[in-house]
Design a protein around this ligand. Sequence first.
Ligand code: ADP
Ligand code: ZN
Length: 521
Amino acid sequence: MSSLRQSLKKYFGYDSFREGQEEIIQNALNNRDLLIIMPTGGGKSLCFQLPALLKKGVTIVISPLISLMQDQVMSLHDNGIGATFINSTLDFQEIKHREQLILSGKIKLLYLAPERLISEKFQSFLNTVAKTNAIASFAIDEAHCISEWGHDFRLEYRQLRQLRQRFPQIPITALTATATPRVQQDIIQQLRLRNPIIRRFSFNRPNLYYEVRPREKRNYHQILQLINSLEGSGIIYCLARKTTEDLAYRLRQDNISALPYHGGLTDEMRSHHQDCFIRDDARIMVATVAFGMGINKPDVRFVIHHDLPRNIESYYQESGRAGRDGEPAKCILLYNPSDEYKINYFIKQKENINEQKQAREQLKKVQEYAETNYCRRIVQLGYFGEKYKGDCGGCDNCLNPKKFVDWTIEAQKFLSCVARTREKFGMNHIINILRGAKNQKIYQYGHHLLSTYGIGKDHTTKEWQYLGRSLVYQGLVSQSNDGYKILKLNNESWKILQHKRKVKIALNNEQNNNSQDLDNP
Ligand code: ADP
Ligand code: ZN
């Protein structure tokens, strides 16, 4: 047995590492900077806890929430490991006592909030620690909180930018469950990570079942029925505070123990409701997104979204609160296309034009998730830059496939138009050419002279967009990752153009209706 595995067994009682952990730990022991991106429940903590035990000195762990610190310290104590936290819940004497423990070398892991780490008073204590004992490393948990691009930005985390300056020699391990490349880049930059080793794990959560159902008007009975068909406890996410209150109230009238949770309740109420939910005194939490990080209930069996979330990332995080114990759990999104207007309303409130643009992009993506006829995991994981093969066996579309039709000829028209414009344009322009549009961009490039100009008039713009998106999802054409989303042919595209591969497109009701319109103009 390797010595690392022996330590794993000795301190944590586990027989083997999960994929990737051992290599990460090895690099941490070599004092490398690290960025670890792993979905919740993946086993991030071990990646800094085990090195902390094997290195000289104390490892300082930054955590955004007091409850998260307390949980981790408690479970380390259960394993007989010297760990403690210092935060605002402790009085002066207790803090002094803990500082003594740290100086005596009995503490291997010290949990702190970011603002304390940076405070002047604490800095002088840390300097003493550095002299008498040693600071082994910094572990920044929930590191996405440093980024405004993330879903949980915290101003206090911004101060961590000073860390590298103040302790240039000490290696930093940053950990997050946020999957977007932009946030990852931001973390590296803000923490000034030095040539970091970046390890990213799949965000697929195989035990979660994903489904989208049309949301009915005045849908209380739909929700009641849904809950009665499900087992165990669950969360219902709603957009509006008032909806959470109304819904929880009506459910209680129907003998389902449900409590509301939103930012407008008092602190006492919120923590009381949260406790009730965690202790299983309440079966259902009807909540806004204020109910989020730090909720440690592993056996949530379902998460229902009453409204369309703002983006795929939020949906992934919120629905991901189901099934943390690895047992099967369900994520159900109730979707009504009119949700678009509500979200657009919020988008218009944003002052910054770029932010508006970005939010609209994100809205489009989450609509694609709701409307797709393909494996939901393809859209979801694709958003995080992960290629998923589809056919997951754990989403509504895979379990009840829609009707598929052969659109090989359409795909050939589309792809040859991409080829003839030299792979320099995005989907809308390609479709405009196919449909024979008369706009300036087309004339400017002379695209009205192409042989593919106007050969796609037999389908609507919507249908072409649907085909284009399907080709992208299925990996049959590539799309650049910058804002321009330029279409590029790949190996699969060429197979289609050379008649070596067929293209099948799933039809939903909307497409069926459209083609009827075309038949009977
Ligand atoms: P994260 O911080 O990524 O959400 P945790 O570090 O809390 O995840 O780990 C999730 C669970 O997996 C914990 O119960 C942890 O004890 C367990 N775990 C982590 N690594 C291993 C391992 N090598 N073998 C068995 N269980 C592990
Ligand atoms: Zn699927």
